[in-house]
Design a binder for this molecule. Structure first.
Ligand SMILES: NC(=O)c1ccc[n+]([C@@H]2O[C@H](COP(=O)([O-])OP(=O)(O)OC[C@H]3O[C@@H](n4cnc5c(N)ncnc54)[C@H](OP(=O)(O)O)[C@@H]3O)[C@@H](O)[C@H]2O)c1
Length: 259
């Protein structure tokens, strides 16, 4: 359990990393606001968190539904930590990225993050600071894919780069009014999203371990939380290659499957 964040909101808590983050945050005295689209899986996660002593308020909301997201977040009361985690992936498979996939990935991974983070910032701006001196924290789940424009998942890599840069840049000004922003950049995590990847995933990590590392980074106030660090530095190095060379090198690897 985390002793720092008592009122936590997590999107995409019905599966994978979001579910693990919810369990990691759960404990006596903690209130969790959890969202997802699958009511049954969300209910299972809510019960697991209640068993750990947390108060849980699960809701079924699509992060792309801006008015409903704003209404939900404004009605939650105090929020110490909001994790914009809901996201989707889509690859090219043996062909190319479809128009529908490109739009769905951008809508969910960028607009969905804004639909969560912007109302959360509005709520936090009116709150008194907590023990750590901040009114609240907004964490955006990006990816190490943010650092490589991988040709087999163009929209996914671009969407993650957008939210990673947005969160980190916005922290520069939000700090001045007592709000922290964080980017979370995991490598490969064992979740339903990666289950169908046909290629080797170096240093693949369990979701519970990813959640522990995420919360450890948030608790010490890291702006950019990255893991595993070896893959991070590899991604930074490969991502710095000239784009034509990068496409030729990565084009020889097995592609990410279509959604
Ligand atoms: N797995 C990895 O290796 C990895 C690495 C880096 C970053 N990430 C990021 O981590 C986050 C979680 O991914 P995951 O691996 O845990 O995948 P996952 O198991 O597929 O979970 C995705 C979650 O997002 C929710 N979601 C998707 N679209 C939504 C929408 N329109 N509205 C509301 N909720 C929506 C899903 O809800 P429902 O199932 O209820 O629809 C689910 O709870 C994503 O942002 C992903 O990009 C994952």
């Amino acid at each position: 359990m985390n002793p720092y964040f008592l009122n936590v909101l997590i999107t995409g808590a019905s599966s994978g990393l979001g579910a693990a983050l919810a369990r990691e945050c759960a404990g006596p005295g903690v209130t969790l606001h959890l969202s997802g689209r699958d009511i049954e899986r969300l209910g299972v996660v809510a019960d697991e968190c209640r068993a750990r002593g947390a108060g849980v308020r699960p809701v079924v909301i699509d992060v792309c539904d801006a008015p409903t997201m704003a209404e939900w977040i404004a009605g939650c009361g105090r929020l110490d930590l909001v994790i914009c985690n809901a996201g989707v992936g889509a690859g090219t498979g043996d062909a190319w990225e479809s128009a529908d996939d490109a739009r769905r990935v951008f809508d969910t991974n960028i607009t969905g993050v804004l639909n969560t983070a912007l109302p959360a910032i509005e709520v936090m701006a009116t709150q008194e600071p907590a023990r750590d001196g901040f009114r609240g924290h907004v964490a955006v789940v990006a990816s190490l894919a943010a650092f490589i424009a991988g040709p087999s998942a163009p929209a996914y890599a671009a969407s993650k780069a957008a939210v990673q840069r947005w969160a980190e840049a916005r922290d520069g000004t939000e700090r001045k009014r007592g709000i922290r922003m964080h980017s979370i950049c995991p490598g490969f995590v064992r979740t339903p999203m990666t289950a169908k990847n046909p290629f080797p995933m170096p240093l693949l990590m369990d979701a519970d371990e990813a959640a522990r590392r995420t919360m450890a980074g948030l608790q010490v106030g890291k702006l950019r939380i990255v893991y595993p660090r070896r893959i991070y530095w590899l991604a930074r190095a490969v991502g710095a290659l000239p784009p034509g060379l990068l496409n030729r090198l990565l084009g020889a690897a097995p592609p990410k499957p279509k959604a």
